[in-house]
Design a protein around this ligand. Structure first.
Ligand SMILES: Nc1ncnc2c1ncn2[C@@H]1O[C@H](COP(=O)(O)OP(=O)(O)OP(=O)(O)O)[C@@H](O)[C@H]1O
Length: 573
């Protein structure tokens, strides 16, 4: 709940007005009961003053109008404030994801994150918008009423509180028992169900290809069944007590009437006060019921916020707000260790120097750690040991923004957003003109295929760029990187999907992209990197050897084998 308080506090003013208006509404509502009691008492006493009844009726009408208007305005203010608070929570989660090490984000499934950011946050809206003003108002209202009732007859007032105390204790026994634990489980089961459907939809192609629809559907259906049966058992276990608690709590009336009659008979209370107390104890019923609903909401919100809190409090990359500036682009890795899971070293005591304005290539068997090295240089993760320096400055001392402005990272699966082609390319440089976009598209051999699309540059690419072929997506990514015009370019298998027809065009485009820049290429097809100034051969996360192509053919068995295998592959192709 601390997290909620933090966000609610930022909109103290709005919530204060909302609480104030809600309290005015509740108190006005209670006044209508006091006027009603007055009418009944006067009628019983045989008063026939019509102007008195008229003014009491008008008072009831006025209190009714005040109640509705104040409640309406209060709710709309708190909804607006809550929408803004939840918007801010979502924004903060998104910003946090950007600051977290990439691995920590990826270790959570997309279904889990979507569930927290969209569904869980959304499910708090109505409860939170009503909770803040109405819980307070419905607490303050009855308290004021009980004080008034106490002044009329303290004995009956205390007696009327007995069912409330008993009912609440029964309810609390359900809440306290293991509500938090059970709600936590319900979130986990809900997330598992979400993940199953996301996986089922994302994997539908593979499922169909391998004719696995029955077993994959079963996995999803089981998750749905588990979710339903969990709620069924949970509700079955607690509903009886909740129902008894809800029934008893507002039943002050069952103690006030018999004891009231007793007190009236022995002459210790007059009829007017007795009737007023009976009517007023009715008035507390709806407030008490509302408070009970909010108690349920409070436990739910507290569990959701603890989930959100875990994300917001998780570790961040070290270089978030660092202010060092990079002026030159020599890249040095010194004794670097890195592991994704904290156990298996993927990079092991690696030292290497990538010279400024040179073309450097990383080669090595699959899984040897080439992409990991590139991602460490780009600052996606912090190293576990050792250092990475660019231009003599440790990358962890440079802000992420600054670092990412210096590096263009083009990989084989660069993500495209479900926006137009133009918007996707403009991510490289938000100030680029349409002409500049067309220019880079011509250079990266995109222009012709884009012009053949139904809406040209304004064609939407679909989720993840799904409406385009792998090669088309890759060329768009290259265009986007060209537009960024960063001094360091990392190409991680960047041309792997490109067909031979376009390869020459793309190679030219890449030559344009990287002219005079510090270039790091990761390639499986070694013939594309034979001209590199320096080739680093990586094996098991260690530097096996380095040199030019000619030097390595002489000095590195591994490189020689890989090159020979590549040549054989090309001949067989
Ligand atoms: N996000 C990740 N989480 C956990 N392990 C990972 C992750 N990414 C890569 N790995 C593991 O780290 C090791 C190095 O992977 P990396 O992708 O750097 O190798 P690579 O040399 O680029 O491979 P390839 O040539 O096949 O692309 C592999 O064992 C891989 O399984």
């Amino acid at each position: 709940m601390n997290l909620v308080k933090e966000y609610v506090n930022k909109r103290k003013g709005s919530y204060f007005i909302s609480v104030l208006l809600a309290t005015v509404g509740v108190v006005a509502g209670l006044f209508s009961y006091i006027y009603m009691a007055k009418i009944i008492v006067n009628l019983i006493n045989g008063v026939s003053d019509t102007s008195l009844y008229t003014s009491l009726c008008i008072s009831i009408l006025i209190t009714f109008v005040i109640k509705e208007v104040a409640a309406g305005i209060s709710t709309s203010i708190s909804h607006t404030a809550t929408f803004n608070s939840l918007g801010e929570i979502r924004n903060d989660i998104s910003k946090k994801l950007f600051k977290m090490p990439l691995g920590d984000v990826l270790s959570r499934s997309s279904g889990e994150l979507k569930n927290i950011i969209v569904e869980q946050v959304d499910s708090m809206e109505t409860s939170l918008a009503h909770l803040v003003p109405e819980f307070t108002a419905n607490l303050v209202g009855p308290v004021l009423l009980f004080i008034y009732m106490f002044s009329l007859d303290w004995r009956l007032t205390l007696l009327s509180l007995i069912p409330f105390v008993v009912g609440m204790s029964i309810m609390m026994s359900v809440m306290n028992a293991h509500y938090k634990e059970m709600f936590g489980k319900s979130v986990a089961i809900g997330q598992h169900m979400n993940n199953s459907i996301v996986e089922y939809i994302n994997g539908i192609e593979v499922i169909k290809t391998f004719n696995q629809s029955e077993s994959s559907y079963k996995k999803y259906a089981d998750a749905v069944y588990d979710n339903a049966s969990f709620y069924y058992n949970w509700m079955g276990e607690s509903m009886n007590r909740v129902a008894i608690g809800r029934l008893l709590s507002p039943m002050g009336i069952i103690t006030i009437i018999p004891f009231g009659i007793l007190f009236y008979i022995n002459g210790s209370i007059d009829l007017g006060n007795l009737i007023t107390l009976i009517v007023l104890s009715f008035a507390t019923v709806s407030s008490i019921l509302k408070i009970m609903n909010y108690m349920d909401d409070m436990s739910r919100i507290s569990t959701i916020t603890s989930e959100i809190g875990k994300i917001l409090d998780s570790r961040e990359l070290e270089n978030i707000d660092k202010g060092e500036k990079i002026e030159s682009y020599n890249i040095e890795l010194q004794d670097v260790d890195f592991s994704y899971d904290g156990k298996k070293k993927v990079i092991d005591n690696l030292s290497m120097e990538i010279k400024e304005s040179n073309v450097s290539a990383l080669v090595g068997p699959s899984g040897s750690g080439k992409s990991t090295i590139a991602k460490l240089i780009a600052g996606f993760w912090n190293v576990d040991k050792g250092s990475i320096k660019i231009g003599g400055v440790e990358t962890k001392d440079v802000s992420l923004e600054n670092l990412s402005s210096l590096i263009s990272f083009v990989s084989q699966d660069n993500f495209l957003f479900d926006m137009t082609i133009k918007e996707n390319i403009r991510l490289g440089n938000k100030n680029a003109s349409d002409e500049e976009i067309i220019e880079v598209c011509k250079k990266s051999a995109c222009h012709d295929f884009i012009m053949n699309l139904s809406n040209g540059y304004d064609t939407r690419v679909g989720e993840g760029g799904g409406h385009l072929s792998g090669g088309e997506r890759q060329r768009i990514s290259i265009a986007r990187a060209m537009l960024k015009n960063a001094p360091i370019v990392i190409l991680d298998e960047a041309t792997s999907y490109i067909d031979p027809e376009n390869e020459a065009l793309i190679q030219n485009a890449l030559a344009n992209l990287v002219k005079g820049k510090t270039l790091i290429i990761i390639a499986h097809r070694l013939k594309t990197i034979v001209d590199a100034d320096r080739i680093f051969v990586i094996k098991d996360g260690k530097l096996n050897s380095y040199g030019t192509h000619e030097e390595l053919l002489k000095s590195s068995e591994l490189y020689k084998e890989m090159y020979a295998a590549n040549l054989r592959g090309d001949e067989n192709a």
